[in-house]
Design a protein around this ligand. Structure first.
Ligand SMILES: Cc1cc2nc3c(=O)[nH]c(=O)nc-3n(C[C@H](O)[C@H](O)[C@H](O)COP(=O)(O)OP(=O)(O)OC[C@H]3O[C@@H](n4cnc5c(N)ncnc54)[C@H](O)[C@@H]3O)c2cc1C
Length: 397
């Protein structure tokens, strides 16, 4: 094929990385971003925009060299290789990377009073630049504000920490007894919980039953009957994949080891980042929603595409091994790989804390607190059998 027409849908972490890799290989790319939205770095939504450090324009991503088309892709037909665009136009492609990311998991629609709180601007997700502007504007009118953070994962914990630093009051409401344990492993999540404790209230093992919106505040009733009041509630309890039709359901786009769509084999459709659902040998399906891993997936999908077009070698199996980190109450949580793949874990260093996560004898992830340097040194061991994972040390799970 002399000059293949390549489309990338989604101009975030995975999409821009894929576009840059393809452009560098001499392939022209059409990069589709949402209508009316300048592509931006989502990690700055809480760390920059919501706390008033950055204007949304300052979170814009650098140019990739691809032709950027600001038009939401509504759907596609894998057989005719046509995209359906917001304007009603169509776009043709020979090969396609879908990198449309995720959307925030909403608060259950059965929560009484949810919609009134949203309409009054007192209940919001914190996923987009528009969400961040909403939070920033409300915080600007109420100093200090009382913020109810619904969720206990990395984004919720980091945002809670940022708000405390900005002199606001925060209460964390989480379903889990040890917030974040499924994402970072129990040992590190316990340490994280201990970091939160002196800083703010935490309602653990609680869910939201109902919300009452008043003119100047909201009050939330939890499942145990207790009540908590705030100026604003932020929902940050995970994401679900966001794909164009025919993948609009909650299941994302299942991919093979080269990130080719399993639903459209041989049709040169690839998926990367928060929208892609992977399978790990000996494990079920999994999805990762971290920036660096999405970048790695975007690059991998682009290389697989170039290979399938006969323009490059086989990039091999995609295995998650990127770093992620979060600054929480003056400490840095660092991870590499995907801890949720592990079926057991053991502490390999108490201070600074480093935990290894294993699937069988293979080291699949590392997590730690204030241990970025030594954790990085261990990264080459990821996805290899670890001689230290013997039956004696296995008891450390
Ligand atoms: C508040 C917040 C803070 C975070 N902080 C961190 C952090 O510190 N470290 C970290 O590792 N991760 C962090 N993350 C997670 C990280 O941002 C995501 O994992 C990463 O952005 C996923 O990359 P992606 O390319 O899959 O999706 P995105 O970067 O979200 O990009 C997807 C793009 O596709 C566009 N799109 C969607 N549908 C369409 C369509 N139909 N047509 C055209 N365009 C479309 C979207 O508008 C978006 O621009 C954070 C997330 C949030 C919400």
């Amino acid at each position: 094929m002399s000059s293949p027409s390549i489309a990338v849908i989604g101009a975030g972490a995975a999409g821009t990385a894929a576009a840059r890799t393809l452009q560098a290989a001499g392939v022209e790319v059409d990069l589709y971003a949402r209508s009316g939205e300048t592509p931006y770095n989502r990690t700055l939504v809480n760390k920059g925009i919501a706390i008033g450090l950055l204007e949304p324009a300052q979170a814009a991503l650098p140019d990739t060299g691809a032709t950027t088309r600001l038009e939401t892709v509504r759907g596609l037909d894998p057989r005719s290789r046509q995209l359906r665009l917001d304007s009603g136009d169509t776009g043709a492609y020979d090969a396609l990377v879908i990198a449309t990311g995720s959307r925030p998991r909403a608060l259950d629609e059965e929560v009484i009073g949810r919609d009134q709180a949203i309409s009054a601007g007192r209940l919001t997700t914190l996923h987009s630049a528009a969400d961040a502007v909403r939070v920033r504007d409300l915080l600007a009118t109420t100093q200090p504000a009382r913020v109810l953070m619904i969720g206990g994962g990395l984004v919720a914990s980091e945002t809670a920490s940022l708000l405390i630093d900005a002199s606001h009051d925060v209460a964390l409401i989480t379903r889990a007894a040890i917030p974040g344990a499924s994402a970072i492993g129990e040992h590190v999540a316990r340490r994280l919980r201990d970091l939160h404790r002196p800083q703010h209230a935490a309602y653990l093992e609680r869910t939201v039953r109902s919300i009452r919106t008043h003119t100047d505040r909201i009050s939330i009733t939890l499942n145990d009957g207790s009540k908590v009041e705030g100026d604003l509630a932020v929902v940050a309890h995970g994401t679900v994949p966001a794909a164009p039709s025919p993948w609009t359901g909650p299941d994302g786009i299942p991919v093979d080891s080269r990130l080719r769509s399993l639903h459209a084999p041989r049709q040169r459709i690839y998926a990367a980042g928060g929208v892609a659902v992977h399978h790990y040998p000996g494990h079920g399906s999994y999805r990762i929603d971290h920036w660096d891993d999405s970048v790695a997936q975007g690059i991998h999908a682009a290389k697989a595409l170039l290979h399938d077009l006969g323009m490059a070698g086989d990039p091999g199996q995609y295995l998650p091994s990127s770093l992620f980190s979060a600054s929480i109450h003056g400490h840095t949580l660092t991870g590499a790989g995907h801890p949720a793949l592990g079926t057991r874990s053991r502490i390999i260093c108490e201070e600074p804390l480093i935990t290894a996560h294993y699937l069988g004898d293979a080291l699949v992830a590392l997590t730690g607190v204030d241990s970025a340097g030594p954790l990085r040194d261990l990264m080459p061991r990821l996805h290899h059998p670890d001689p230290a994972a013997d039956p004696v040390t296995r008891q450390g799970a």
